[in-house]
Design a binder for this molecule. Sequence first.
Ligand code: NDP
Ligand code: OXD
Length: 309
Amino acid sequence: MNIIFQDNGNHLDEWLQALKQTLPQAKVRIWQEGDDAPADYAIVWKPPVAMLRGRSALKAIFSRGAGVDGILQLGADLPAGVPVLRLSDAGMGVQMAEYVTHAVLRYFRRFDEYQLLERDACWRFLPPRQREDFSIGVLGLGVLGQRIVAALQHFGFPVNGWSRTQKTVDGVTCYAGREQLAAFMQASKVVVCILPLTADTQGILDRVSLGQLPQGAYLINVARGAHLVEDDLLALVQSGQIAGATLDVFAQEPLPRQHPFWREPRITLTPHIAAMTMVGESVAQIAQRIQVLEQGLPVDGVVDIKRGY
Ligand code: NDP
Ligand code: OXD
């Protein structure tokens, strides 16, 4: 079995070591420009066109992340009929739950404001917020969205969820489809975006949808930068309509040094680390799926290319 692996400078030795241990029968090679020798599987993250174009003999393309927008952007250059598989949780769910819970609690318990008071050596009590007024809306009720929901429910926050198809999740007020987006936004004091980036979801967080949030709402974006119209958020934060935002992903990454987000104290930034790919868990999942595919059986995690996730 031949596997081509795209090196993007992240944990290469760890990946190769784990693949060698988990799939000892496989010959894994790092793909390089000009390599068009046969391969059974490809493991990629935002691959260059030349790596996959014409490779219709591949049995599957594995994403090194949960998101596949960086693969599907190849469009017609993706080999037709070759399944693309995403990672399903693979150690990312717990990290997402930690990240979002941390951001929500920071706003709910006013730790962001206490931090500013501390800088001024100011001993002052701020009135506590009421949990029942602090409803959290989660855009995306998939693998990671539902993990986030479970963590927030643990603290007793009222939770709303929004998905493409109607869902039933215990204790969650579920909304679905564009026609229910406004009602979802109006009902959410904090909105968390954990959607895949598709033609339907690009730019979904704009002046209109963010303007539907209650006055003084918060945004947490852990999905993709292109979900957010950055200038619209900035204007809403500066007008006070949105009280704060925690952003892990950006239209351009790394975020350029001159970007105004760096200088807006109500916007908290992290460098796309909300849930990092765990090499051990990811390789175990990919290897298990290869074994299933080799037996000709149906496998989990296959992306619906037309739908975009
Ligand atoms: P899933 O595919 O499991 O879930 C996607 C969810 O989004 C589903 O509930 C789906 O609805 C919903 N959805 C998709 N399109 C629409 C739409 N047009 N309208 C409404 N809802 C929609 O994905 P994951 O939970 O595994 O991952 C989500 C994303 O998180 C990834 O695609 C990636 O971009 C991002 N991510 C970010 C990371 C980071 O570190 N910042 C790390 C890992 C992932 P339905 O249930 O009806 O299908
Ligand atoms: C992912 C990511 O999609 O890390 O897995 O962003």
